[in-house]
Design a protein around this ligand. Sequence first.
Ligand SMILES: [Zn+2]
Length: 166
Amino acid sequence: MAFRNQKLSVSAQQNDVHKRILTGLLRQEENRRCADCHARGPTWASVNLGVFVCLNCSGDERIDEGRDTWLPEQVAFVQAMGNARAAGYWEANLPRPPDSDMGLLRTFITDKYVHRRYALQQSSEPPSIDNFAAHPVCVDVCVGGGGGASSWWFLMHHKYPSNGIS
Ligand SMILES: [Zn+2]
């Protein structure tokens, strides 16, 4: 995808800044549980949904962050979104908590992101990396730095409604 080449232009210094921001985000209460199944300690970040998820809920296509680089707009999107804001959109009309059964969880995730079954209806388009700067779900975000030095264990995967859930 197009991001591949752009990553070459991210400096090591910029990458360190990104890591500090993401580490800080992971320490926030809202991001300490998986956005989909609410399991503790999500270890994956979806740069396309702007949320933190566990291994079970991450898609099949993922990239080892130790060998990869986040783009500034990807960091900005995750920063602007986060699990609480994402739930405010994607689970606005969720009648019950997601099931812990893996098969049912897959169905839930498909219903949630592909069919937008529980999503907030007022927005015509879901918040994404392409529109978040102007999206009503994200516009009131106060962007801050935060986070201290910590081991870098982020992984990245791509999970996005237009591609379906793999
Ligand atoms: Zn999960």
